[in-house]
Design a protein. Structure first.
Length: 187
């Protein structure tokens, strides 16, 4: 089997449209039924829905307090737009940091989960995010763990990475399988 990977010169939001185009093509080729996307504001998830109508989309954002104590970064208005567009919305603690980061912040050092996250970042922040949101969605029961899905992640704003993977729950993390990299930044 021969497949191509799309590499971007730079990371970030400038790659969002191309990632969505590549995901749409790969979804069709593989018959993918579910896409999970990191979308803090909901905008990338809505853009994905505009491009692809015939797929289950799960939009993941991080926990309240990530930027400002006790507050989500997504607006109520955007949550309603996600619902209106038949996009499942989920907010939760990062699977690859969570309480571990709180321990490191308070006492120093690094936890094993943070080492896994740092290792995945060798492929870029977006690839790490793809794995992380897949675990979060699987743990919430929002995506299948017995079939291939597409996961879309990014670096700060927009999306710049996409993979085909078979998700796993946190308790079975090492059962997760990255099958293909669709796109990622080189930087």
């Amino acid at each position: 089997m021969e497949k191509t990977i799309n590499y971007f010169e730079n990371k970030g939001a400038e790659n969002t449209d191309k990632v969505i185009e590549l995901v749409k093509q790969r979804k069709k080729e593989l018959g993918i039924k579910t896409i999970v996307i990191a979308s803090v504001s909901g905008k990338s998830a809505l853009k994905l829905r505009e491009a692809i109508e015939d797929v289950e989309i799960v939009s993941i954002t991080h926990h309240a307090g990530f930027k400002e104590k006790g507050k989500l970064e997504i607006t109520r208005e955007n949550i309603e737009k996600l619902k209106e567009n038949n996009i499942t919305f989920y907010t939760g603690s990062h699977a690859l940091s969570g309480v571990g980061r709180g321990i490191s912040n308070k006492f120093g050092g690094i936890t094993p989960v943070e080492i896994i996250a740092a290792t995945l970042r060798l492929f870029g922040q977006g690839i790490k995010v793809c794995v992380e949101i897949s675990i979060m969605a699987a743990d919430a029961g929002l995506i299948p763990v017995d079939e291939e899905i597409i996961a879309i992640g990014g670096t700060a704003w927009g999306v710049d990475a996409a993979v085909v993977l078979k998700a796993a729950n946190m308790s079975n993390f090492f059962d997760l399988q990255i099958k293909e990299i669709i796109a990622m930044p080189r930087s």
